[in-house]
Design a protein around this ligand. Sequence first.
Ligand SMILES: C[S@@+](CC[C@H](N)C(=O)[O-])C[C@H]1O[C@@H](n2cnc3c(N)ncnc32)[C@H](O)[C@@H]1O
Length: 356
Amino acid sequence: MFATFQYFMAGNSARFFFILSGEHPTLPLAELKAILHAYAIEHKIVGSFYKLIEMEADRAKLESIASRGAYVDEMGEEILHTEDNLESIKREVEFANLEPFLSSEDSFNIRMLRFGGVSKELSRVHLEGYLGKLLAEKTGAKVDLRSPKKPFRGILAGSLFHLGLIMHQRPKGSIHRRRPRKRAVFHPSTMPPKIARCLVNLSEAKDGETFLDPFCGVGGIAIEASLLGCNVVGVDALSRMVRSARRNLAHFGLESYGLVRGDARNIPLRRVDAIATDPPYGTGASTLKSTTKDILASFLPQAKMILSPGGKVVFASPLGTDAMGLAESQGFKVHDRHELYVHRSLTREILVLGAN
Ligand SMILES: C[S@@+](CC[C@H](N)C(=O)[O-])C[C@H]1O[C@@H](n2cnc3c(N)ncnc32)[C@H](O)[C@@H]1O
């Protein structure tokens, strides 16, 4: 027998759910944790199942960071969770204090998600109708399937049913409009927006801080850091790359005065708060006759000198570069490591390093 729980808003702390993207096994949760750490948001992860993460934390703080994550599809406040059968669901909804969430003045809808092929005997469509009727009867609110004032989320995950009120959803098309082919200048070496944003978040860059991409290319990472409110410095050895990056940032209405031609092995800066980058691999991007490993070996000591205390360096490199050995031999602590399959001949290794 499972316990059933309901959550009442006590002060500002309550229980929330995040629905993360399922497109990578480790990056989405690592990104969310990095954002929470960067903003020093106290939280407790109290449950997780596949793409669902449940967390106790302060509402206003979570709301303020929800839109930063590349892999945060949705976030909301959990009202209750219970066993995944109609009897328990009906009992808990009837018992729940819905006043803080829904009133007779509101319109609402409920959309169901099912994770992991579980609870097969409960049909999503049937549950949406069933819950809609229950909530409408209990509160006097009206169902509006198209543009409800209050969008509710039901989730079947493991052997539990969760009901919550959605607070944030990634706006439709927001990633698509920033993909490489939609920018002013395309280059095959550029990073797509989701992974670029994830790297920036893994570096724990906060709005208002100085962020560096020392191999900025046509600006894939710089765009995301700039959209997150960072003061972006981008360096590239080739003037045409810098010009293209400037055009790409301007295309999205972003400042580009921090983009300069330079050598990542001799960075013209004294201090930066965070670094995230994708150095050249000797494929589409110019390595200027060096190997990726040699470039990293010259860049990492520079990064160490200019990084603020506690700052992070995040970089991607092709698997087999021995980036980890290199980083450790230069006195970096490896905080995290991920692998990202790109295509048959490229799997990226992503490292999150601290200088101390
Ligand atoms: C993989 S691309 C970066 C792509 C970029 N992250 C984007 O999303 O558009 C690597 C870049 O490093 C630049 N580069 C190569 N050697 C460099 C060096 N020593 N210093 C600075 N930039 C360098 C290349 O010109 C190339 O534009």
